[in-house]
Design a protein around this ligand. Structure first.
Ligand code: AMP
Length: 299
């Protein structure tokens, strides 16, 4: 595996691979790898000739009072993990490499970024789409792998790629959970032992909501109330939102029908966590996709 810090070098490596007939798989990340990141790398490794993983803690997507400076980093551990997953190129640009000047150009996806996480983080998705557009431009035609953990991000990036005719196929990968159901996140490292235990109420609330839909509930507000009531049983967890919307365009549908996303965000102490479940409703038939749960032995 090659670690690359310069944009020109990564661009050249991707072009050479494509000229040689290889496909390119791109996994954009902010590092501090866990099994969720590694599952994206494995998906890319299984499908593509040249696998590129990027680590860049993108200042543009952090709000003024968010955790940019404290965001967990472990380049040595990440390098070993990427190497173990058979990654070909690890791109670790500096801030100066990515933003030699303050950017005057940003990418904004209208509508999809206003609600859910966009309500509390109004500049976040512009930061994400701007850096992802830059990475797509640097890497060129490829398949880019994103986790369903960040369901709104996935919908926003898909829409950006479609609207701008970017030569990138977006592949969605399953949400990976800890054995007790907590969605894996680099930010879980911030949690105290007590907060870590309390945080499982989020996946419990999603499961409760999905079960209610399975039992016939179709009223959007009733599902929202159920999430609120479940999370309220855990005093260490402050729910920011519990919402139900269409998975593809995040539109509000009431009564719920088709492919729906049930999404939550909450503050656990000073840590902000998100989680979601996808449910597909076809008449009385309901399928629930909570993602995949790792076993203790795999960690
Ligand atoms: P991050 O480093 O948190 O920006 O995440 C980089 C990529 O990994 C994004 O596409 C995330 O959706 C994905 N990811 C993060 N956590 C998980 C998880 N628990 N399961 C699946 N994908 C994840």
């Amino acid at each position: 595996m090659k670690t690359i810090e310069r944009i020109a070098e990564l661009r050249a490596a991707c072009e050479t691979a494509r000229h040689g007939g290889q496909t390119v798989g791109l996994v954009p990340t902010m590092g501090y790898f866990h099994e969720g990141h590694r599952s994206l790398m494995r998906a890319a490794r299984a499908a593509d000739g040249l696998v590129v993983v990027t680590i860049f803690v993108n200042p543009l997507q952090f709000g003024a009072h968010e955790d940019l400076d404290g965001y967990p980093r472990d380049l040595a551990g990440d390098t070993a993990a990427a190497e173990a997953e058979g990654v070909d190129a690890l791109f670790t640009p500096s801030q100066a490499e990515m933003y030699p000047e303050p950017t005057r150009t940003t990418v904004h996806v209208d509508g999809l970024t206003a609600d859910l996480c966009g309500a509390a983080r109004p500049t976040h998705f512009d930061g994400v789409t701007t850096v992802v557009a830059k990475l797509f431009s640097i890497v060129g035609p490829c398949t880019a792998y994103f986790g369903r953990k960040d369901a709104q991000q996935l919908a926003v990036v898909r829409r950006m790629a479609a609207d701008l005719n970017l030569p990138v196929d977006i592949a969605a990968c399953p949400l990976v959970r800890e054995p007790d159901g907590l969605a894996m996140s680099s930010r879980n490292a911030y949690l105290s032992a007590e907060e870590r235990r309390a945080a499982t109420v989020l996946s419990s609330a999603l499961r409760t909501a999905a079960d209610a839909v399975g039992a016939g509930e179709r009223d959007r507000v009733a599902i929202t109330r159920l999430i609120e009531a479940t999370v309220a049983t855990e005093p260490l967890v402050a729910l920011e939102y519990g919402e139900v919307c269409r998975g593809t365009d995040l539109a509000v549908v009431d009564p719920i029908d088709g492919e729906m996303l049930i999404a939550v965000a909450a503050q656990v102490g000073r840590t902000r966590l998100i989680d979601n479940v996808t449910i597909t409703i076809a008449g009385a038939e309901v399928t629930t996709d909570l993602g995949v749960t790792t076993q203790e032995s795999e960690l």
